[in-house]
Every structure is written in structure tokens, then in C-alpha cells.
Design a protein around this ligand. Structure first.
Ligand code: FES
Length: 167
């Protein structure tokens, strides 16, 4: 495949140049498939059909094979990331201090359980085993902010505040 064909990016998003640079770095070798998929996901947050098709064409690998790799490894995701994330700690200290009530409150109010996102894609919920802040258990990380001494009402208030800030 010549490089001008490969430079026919799937969209006019300038970030495709990063992907192209990665493809060039590995001389468009089929062996670079995993690395290139990582670069696409790091760049755009997920892999969609257009990007998988582009990688397949660029590396001269059948689409079905690239799609198979993208769906086999848990690291790769075919869904766009949520606008906001909330990671609730379920480690021992947080469990004792009521992490289960936080999870229940989130489920009851937003209809999501860990590793799911709301249908509108605005909020994804995760859990973690100890976030290293046991002294202020129970703890969650909302986007990049560590929030401790949580109670269900406080968590819901914070999450609603974050979601309202979405344009
Ligand atoms: S157990 Fe939750 S922060 Fe350590």
C-alpha cells in the first residue's frame, strides 16, 4: 500500500497524523498491529469501525482479523468513553465504611452498575480495590478529584453537579 493511499485518513481530524506517524515508525509492518491499535485508542479514546478499517488497510491485514484482535483484548474498547467517570473504592476500609451504599445509590439514581455507562454516555462507573486514601474512607474519584468521607447523598450531589456542567 503506498503512503498517499494510507494518508487518506478516515476523517479530517488532525489526530490521525499521530496514528500515521506510528504506522510510519513501524514501517507499516503487520507485526505492529497491537501497537498501532493502542495508539489509535490512546488518541481517540476508543476504536470504531472506521479506525479499524483504516488500520487494516494501512497494514494490509483483513478487516475481520483486526476486528478480531480489537474485540479479543479487554484493553480495547469499541465504545466512546463517557464524558465523566466515577470510580468507587470497594477496598476493605471503604467497604466497612459503606461503599456498598454508594454503589446502590448510583445504581438507583443513574441505573448503572460498575463498568457500565449511562445511555447518554455522560457517566461511567468503575470500582477499585483501595485508592490509597483509606483515612478518608469511603472514597471515590470523580473525574480526577478524590472525594472522601462520602455518604450516598453527597456522592449523588457531586455527580449531579458534574453532570450539569456538561454542555
Ligand atoms: S480501601 Fe478505599 S481507599 Fe483504601
Amino acid at each position: 500500500m503506498n503512503s498517499s493511499t494510507i494518508k487518506n485518513y478516515p476523517t479530517d481530524d488532525v489526530r490521525w497524523k499521530n496514528v500515521y506517524a506510528e504506522l510510519s515508525k513501524y514501517a507499516f509492518s503487520k507485526n505492529s498491529l497491537i501497537q498501532v491499535l493502542h495508539t489509535v485508542q490512546d488518541t481517540f479514546g476508543y476504536l470504531d469501525k472506521k479506525s479499524i478499517h483504516y488500520v487494516a488497510k494501512s497494514l494490509d491485514i483483513p478487516f475481520s482479523q483486526v476486528y478480531g484482535v480489537a474485540t479479543f483484548y479487554h484493553y480495547f474498547t469499541l465504545k466512546p468513553p463517557a464524558l465523566h467517570t466515577c470510580t468507587i473504592c470497594t477496598g476493605t476500609a471503604c467497604h466497612i465504611k459503606g461503599a456498598d451504599f454508594l454503589l446502590k445509590a448510583v445504581k438507583d439514581n443513574f441505573g448503572v452498575i460498575p463498568c457500565e455507562m449511562t445511555p447518554d454516555g455522560k457517566l461511567a462507573i468503575f470500582t477499585a480495590r483501595c485508592l490509597g486514601a483509606c483515612g478518608i474512607a469511603p472514597v471515590a474519584i470523580i473525574d480526577n478529584e478524590v472525594v472522601g468521607n462520602l455518604e450516598p447523598e453527597i456522592l449523588l450531589s457531586k455527580l449531579n453537579g458534574v453532570l450539569k456542567s456538561v454542555n
